[in-house]
Design a protein around this ligand. Structure first.
Ligand SMILES: C[S@@+](CC[C@H](N)C(=O)[O-])C[C@H]1O[C@@H](n2cnc3c(N)ncnc32)[C@H](O)[C@@H]1O
Length: 244
């Protein structure tokens, strides 16, 4: 793909846009927080290995095996600011399907997140990091470039306490560039601090939505993951992606 070619996430074709200003469109995403384990139905073994896929090769997720009546469940809304189509270098300013699936899965494993430090790689608009912040002790959202990190921070600020207005702020935002040898690279107010490095060192859970779309970046991403996850304590990585 040419670097100045525009791309548009399918998410924005389907979502409900509520306002548009010069910089960003704001879309609403409604969700329910069901008790742990009841959001996504469990797959059979054969589904996990192969799975039912749509015509693009993406997994068809079966959902809502719980018996709770929808009208009895409280509904919440996230307001996510994002760009509509962008060039490849700004794809983080759009919201991608990988993050929707990841956010859904994080609700599903909410008990596993309790008391944990979660690091998001390639956070973009921050939907998965926002969802993690509802349940985890701390969340560190990372991406590259001041423009996208400002958007990540804006969306976290707008949504992080939507389940619990009394909650103490539990997220930080900083640059972590997979293409750099150095962990700390200059990015103005988003330059990684000692406090961010401490969170990186103690994190037990890493998450990343839709970060596999370019061969060179994918190599850099997995090198970064290897570097961050090779040290104790033991860690898990949850990654979701759209097959392209
Ligand atoms: C397709 S977007 C996905 C954004 C978000 N996770 C989502 O699913 O909506 C890919 C993300 O990877 C980030 N990214 C690209 N190159 C990167 C790099 N070298 N280091 C860190 N993040 C990078 C982009 O800025 C962007 O936020």
């Amino acid at each position: 793909m040419e670097s100045d070619e525009k791309v548009l996430s399918d998410v924005h074709i389907e979502s409900e846009n509520v306002s548009v200003n010069n910089d960003y469109t704001v879309s609403r995403f409604w969700f329910r927080v069901l008790p742990c384990g009841s959001c996504v139905s469990t797959c059979t073994d054969s589904e996990e290995r192969g799975g039912v896929t749509d015509s693009d090769g993406d997994m068809v997720l079966s959902r809502r095996t719980n018996t709770a009546r929808e009208e009895d469940e409280e509904q919440y809304v996230l307001t996510i600011a994002h760009s509509l189509s962008t060039g490849l270098k700004d794809v983080g300013k759009q919201l991608w399907h990988g993050s929707l699936v990841l956010a859904d899965y994080l609700i599903h494993i909410q008990d596993e997140l309790q008391d944990k430090t979660v690091v998001e790689l390639g956070a973009g608009t921050g939907l998965a990091g926002i969802t993690a912040s509802f349940f985890a002790k701390n969340v560190l959202c990372t991406d590259v470039g001041e423009g996208v990190l400002r958007l990540t921070e804006h969306n976290l600020d707008q949504n992080w306490n939507c389940l619990d207005l009394m909650k103490k702020k539990n997220y930080r935002i900083c640059q972590l560039n997979w293409m750099s040898e150095n962990l700390v690279t200059d990015c103005g107010k988003y330059t990684m601090t000692e406090e961010d490095i401490s969170l990186l060192n103690i994190a037990q859970i890493f998450i990343a939505g839709d970060v596999v779309y370019d061969n060179e970046l994918t190599m850099a991403f997995f090198n970064t993951v290897y570097r961050l996850m090779s040290k104790p304590p033991s860690k898990s990585l949850y990654i979701s992606m759209e097959k392209r």
